[in-house]
Ligand binder design. Structure first.
Ligand SMILES: Nc1ncnc2c1ncn2[C@@H]1O[C@H](COP(=O)(O)OP(=O)(O)OP(=O)(O)O)[C@@H](O)[C@H]1O
Ligand SMILES: Nc1ncnc2c1ncn2[C@@H]1O[C@H](COP(=O)(O)OP(=O)(O)OP(=O)(O)O)[C@@H](O)[C@H]1O
Ligand SMILES: [Mg+2]
Ligand SMILES: [Mg+2]
Lengths: 254, 254
């Protein structure tokens, strides 16, 4: 039975996709069978693992009841598969709104393939709309990337409220997997202030691993590569490998 | 009659709010009367000009037909006012969906105050949903911040398609105000590659002014200050002042 984790934060550009792709990659490197689900119409996670213009996407699973096993693609990385996104997903938020059980569409869809993977990672769009709510309903936990900048802290309260609301209604088992500090730059006072504030408030929920600002993480997707493989010895890649270890250790404890 | 400009890009974290706040600030410094409208439920533009927890927001204008003149607040910066956002705006996308003329709500609301300002800047959320569509319908033009990174280029086609669709249906006068390269770092190959690609494709629509990655732009909001005032001689502030000059020059030509 796979552990399903949603990577979410409504603040834009905080590293959700970079974390989804590189955590998936690092877990695959440690021989876990991983499925990455791209729930963002921007389809950045899809291109981030080198997949171009898929003909069927997660939209078909949510709206046309196509089984994910017919849409899932292998990537160039062993142990890592992707349920890709595409521009058609833009319509899903509006179309889902009028359907009975609209929050359960992803959970119902993944049920048929959940036994085939050890970890399923859900990359969410920068909003708390129906696609992200679907991810919260389908997931066992939520991992929240937080950029070490001022605006990124402001939305955390609302994100936690949204998680709690889903826990109280549609998914009683939903937990906080952890808070990940991203684009950390130890030379910047702002980064230190934000990370201290986040650790003070979220205490042990914050990963020890912090992801530094590292250019090779931003370069990797332009080559259709995953950062942890594109430049394995870089500070960014190493940080995601550390994160994967911490993620697996936390999983053994619970 | 105010010139109304939407600052939009569905990619998250590319500098929409930083551009909205600092372009507004730079225009106000050159004695233009400016209204900044915060259309993002995250309310970053609202806190970016130092306004905390406003009791009425743009939500009341869109949903409860409250006149903007009763919601607009002055900021600590002369010539700059704000129509603030708040968490209640989260509900607007879903609530608007079922209303007749849902795309015209903002345009209709702003009509009563458009004579009071020379420029109105609309900060959009990271999505092409109903709030951004409302901005496209109300605006004369769209200014698109593009971060000098790989993922930021991917969504530009879809953004332009959305602008064209609104031009063909609800707002025939809608134009592209310009493409602004943000978080530019001349030392990075990736930034040079992306900026060359964007200039090749969008030609003269790309501003000469490029906004460098500059920490004081990210620090300013934590003090409730606008970058162009917080650290006026910084490279970031100077770039936004250059942008404002170019913006005003372009306006005179058309
Ligand atoms: N640690 C890092 N160091 C350097 N660049 C990074 C890092 N993490 C992410 N980036 C870059 O920053 C930009 C934003 O990251 P990313 O797209 O992963 O964020 P996101 O939260 O998924 O954005 P969105 O809200 O649009 O979905 C991307 O161009 C990415 O390549
Ligand atoms: N030129 C710059 N130099 C350094 N930091 C910047 C610059 N522009 C923006 N930032 C910082 O980068 C982060 C993202 O910028 P901003 O919030 O303005 O983007 P956005 O597109 O409005 O994001 P969202 O998609 O969430 O609305 C913020 O923390 C901001 O302070
Ligand atoms: Mg993303
Ligand atoms: Mg913003």
């Amino acid at each position: 039975m796979a552990k399903i984790v949603a990577i979410a934060n409504q603040k834009g550009g905080v590293g959700k996709t970079t974390t989804s792709v590189n955590l998936s990659g690092a877990l695959a490197l440690s021989q876990k069978t991983v499925l990455l689900v791209d729930l963002d119409p921007q389809a950045n996670a899809t291109s981030g693992v080198g997949v171009e213009r898929p003909c069927t996407t997660v939209y078909d699973c949510l709206m046309n009841r196509v089984s994910p096993s017919e849409v899932i693609l292998s990537t160039g990385f062993s142990h890592l598969s992707i349920l890709p996104s595409g521009a058609d997903l833009v319509g899903a938020e509006v179309e889902l709104a009028n359907i009975q059980g609209r929050e359960m569409a992803l959970k119902d869809s993944l049920e048929s393939i959940v036994e085939n993977y050890e970890v399923i990672i859900l990359d969410c769009p920068p909003a708390l709309g129906l696609l992200t709510i679907n991810a919260f309903v389908a997931a066992h936990s939520v991992l929240v990337p937080v950029q070490c900048e001022y605006y990124a802290m402001e939305g955390l309260g609302r994100l936690m409220t949204s998680v709690e609301r889903v826990r109280d209604t549609l998914n009683p088992g939903l937990e906080l997997e952890g808070i990940l500090l991203t684009m950390w730059d130890s030379r910047l006072t702002l980064a230190r202030q934000v990370s201290e504030e986040v650790r003070k408030y979220f205490k042990d929920s914050v990963y020890q691993a912090m992801i530094p600002r590292n250019i090779s993480l931003a370069e990797a997707p332009s080559y259709g590569q995953i950062g942890v493989v594109y430049n394995a010895t870089s500070a960014g890649a190493q940080a995601y490998i550390e994160l994967a270890k911490e993620f697996l250790n936390n999983g053994e404890k619970s």
